[in-house]
Design a protein around this ligand. Structure first.
Ligand code: ADP
Ligand code: MG
Length: 294
């Protein structure tokens, strides 16, 4: 008898452990495969009957499976870094409505297909907040995709040139939460702006969008190169929207100023700030230096 072709009957009594391993692999139950001997020893020690033993194993598999699904969702979201609200210092940006942010972190707006727009100058935590909302969405079961406005418009133009625009648009439609970061840092080409508009328009009342921008709405026509297009876009985007006002002192500047200060001066750094697990190199704002408050 071979491992790849086990017969349910016959001489299997000699190799039950091997057969069990094979079947558990076939059934894709890796946690039960890994844990069953250890849990059996614990069950014997604790005097558990076989139902409780099986229950313990199945629960372990379920928990692990949920964790794997969340991890996959986080990978597929393509976050440049994994950040959460645990490392977000709300005191650093008093103008931000903390209650609203915590409410949004429960992700009910995603289920209601509403949008979030974070507006403010550079370095105030807009991307951090968007990443944290994205992570919360992944953890609560919503497929998510994070992309900068510039990268998205480039990808759309490339897809159009390669005659796979419909496919990309369908993929973008499929995610429950689309995060478009840094709208306004780089002006879009006319085609890029129109294609981006189409994505926003296709998601209207069908899926949530988070947009972060350093520009107030009045200046969005300079990004989209058209008052008419911007008007139509804002009309859709802001119909069901939560606005995060994130104007304030740049956190980056404050931190580097803090580092330059003598040690005796109290630093305004929250515990754990800047210690987020970085999944990939964080993108820096391309236009950050020219946007920093002087
Ligand atoms: P923005 O997108 O508004 O330009 P970022 O979110 O990129 O700003 O923030 C710049 C850096 O400062 C990031 O490393 C971010 O994690 C950190 N940061 C910004 N605001 C806060 C905050 N309130 N609490 C903790 N870290 C913050
Ligand atoms: Mg940013």
């Amino acid at each position: 008898m071979t491992k790849t072709d086990p017969t349910p009957s016959g001489t299997m009594a000699a190799v039950p452990a091997e057969l069990l391993a094979h079947h558990l692999k076939q059934l894709k139950l890796p946690t039960i495969l890994r844990e069953h001997e250890k849990v059996a020893r614990e069950a014997a020690r604790d005097g558990l009957d076989h139902v409780r033993y099986l229950l313990r194993l199945v629960e372990l598999e379920l928990l692990d499976r949920e964790r794997r699904v969340v991890e996959r969702r986080i990978r597929e979201a393509r976050f440049p870094a994994v950040k959460s609200f645990d490392t977000f210092d709300f005191a650093a940006i008093p103008g931000l409505n903390k209650m609203l942010v915590l409410e949004l972190a429960r992700c009910e707006y995603v289920a209601r297909r509403e949008n979030v727009i974070a507006l403010g100058n550079s370095g105030t935590g807009k991307t951090h907040a968007a990443l944290a909302l994205g992570l919360a969405a992944c953890q609560r079961g919503f497929s998510t995709l994070f992309v900068t406005a510039h990268a998205l418009s480039s990808q759309l133009m490339e897809a159009r040139d390669e005659k796979r625009l419909l496919k990309l648009q369908a993929q973008l439609q499929n995610v429950k939460l689309l995060i478009v970061d840094e709208l306004g840092y780089v002006p879009l080409s006319q085609v890029g702006a129109e294609l981006l508009f189409e994505v926003f328009s296709q998601r209207y009342e069908r899926g949530s969008i988070i947009v972060t921008s350093n520009l107030p709405f009045e200046e969005w026509p300079t990004v989209f190169r058209s008052e008419r297009l911007t008007g139509a876009l804002l009309d859709r985007l802001t119909h069901h929207v939560h606005i995060l006002e994130m104007n304030g002192e740049s956190y980056r500047l404050k931190q580097s100023a803090g580092r330059r200060r003598p040690a005796s001066v109290e630093q305004n750094t929250p515990p754990g700030a800047g210690q987020d697990a970085v999944a990939a190199p964080a993108q820096d704002d391309p236009a950050a230096p020219s946007n920093l408050p002087s």
